[in-house]
Design a protein around this ligand. Structure first.
Ligand code: UDP
Length: 239
């Protein structure tokens, strides 16, 4: 397969065209942003960890019946994914209270939710990705009710599979963000699963092993990313 022109450069990835109209060539970067792009920086070799970790997690999900965009890992920073028509919604799945949920439910960070919470956000940088509900999405034509229901169903299945493997790695899966797209009308999981998009806490110490180390200037960012990757890789190999 041939890598052709760059089509899009996002905050964490570059997307290239290929000579196969069904797929994209993705290159993961070390650039890190937070707070809707206000905080900028570099996390050394983040692109390598996120590329390999995402490939590993998507393969695991795929093997367990989740339809994803993942095709193959090419190199440390590159992978091939199926071309999706993206739904402009982010689904945040939460198992443990953290971040903005503290103020919504009046529980402290770390409170275990009795069942997963699913939240929808409209993907729009200019608006700062506002939280929306299903009726906003339907009224605006961002997705159909069938697509939203399917996204929720996949998100819950992903949550079961992810929680299981993350627990084996001695980590709590606090919350994370998923994105979806369509191929011939079929809903598929897209984007990435990495310490950039998930909150991971060490089960024993509660130490944060994710992008919150960058957001909150906690130090040892590179070490945390590498640690999560290694522990998840071991957990998957021994699963
Ligand atoms: N998240 C993400 N990209 C986004 C928004 C959220 O990856 O554009 C992830 C984030 O890493 C965290 C979860 O989704 O694991 C919830 O984060 P959010 O930014 O919504 O913060 P909170 O509402 O928890 O303060």
């Amino acid at each position: 397969m041939e890598k052709l022109a760059m089509l899009y450069e996002g905050k964490a990835k570059k997307i290239y065209d290929t000579n196969d109209k069904n797929v994209f060539w993705v290159e993961y970067k070390d650039d890190a942003t937070a707070f809707n792009g206000i905080k900028k920086g570099t996390i050394v070799d983040k692109g390598i960890i996120n590329n390999k970790m995402s490939a590993m997690m998507f393969s695991y999900l795929q093997k367990n019946g989740v339809d994803t965009h993942f095709v193959e890992l090419l190199s440390d920073r590159e992978q091939i994914v199926r071309r999706l028509q993206m739904v402009p919604l982010e689904i945040v799945v939460r198992n443990i209270v953290a971040g903005s949920l503290v103020k919504k439910v009046g529980k402290e960070e770390g409170y275990s939710l009795a069942s997963p919470v699913l939240e929808l956000y409209y993907k729009d940088d200019a608006l700062g990705d506002p939280m929306v509900n299903e009726t906003h999405a339907l009224a605006m034509g961002w997705a159909t009710i069938e697509q939203i229901n399917k996204m929720k169903e996949i998100a819950l299945k992903v949550n079961e599979l992810m929680t299981k493997i993350v627990a084996k790695a001695g980590i709590d899966l606090v919350d994370y963000k998923l994105e979806f797209g369509l191929i011939d009308g079929k809903v598929m999981l897209g984007d990435e699963i990495s310490p950039d998009t998930c909150r991971f806490w060490d089960k024993d110490t509660g130490e944060k092993l994710d992008k919150d180390r960058f957001r909150r200037d906690l130090g040892k960012i590179e070490e945390a990313y590498a640690e999560v990757y290694t522990r998840l890789k071991d957990a998957l190999e021994n699963a």
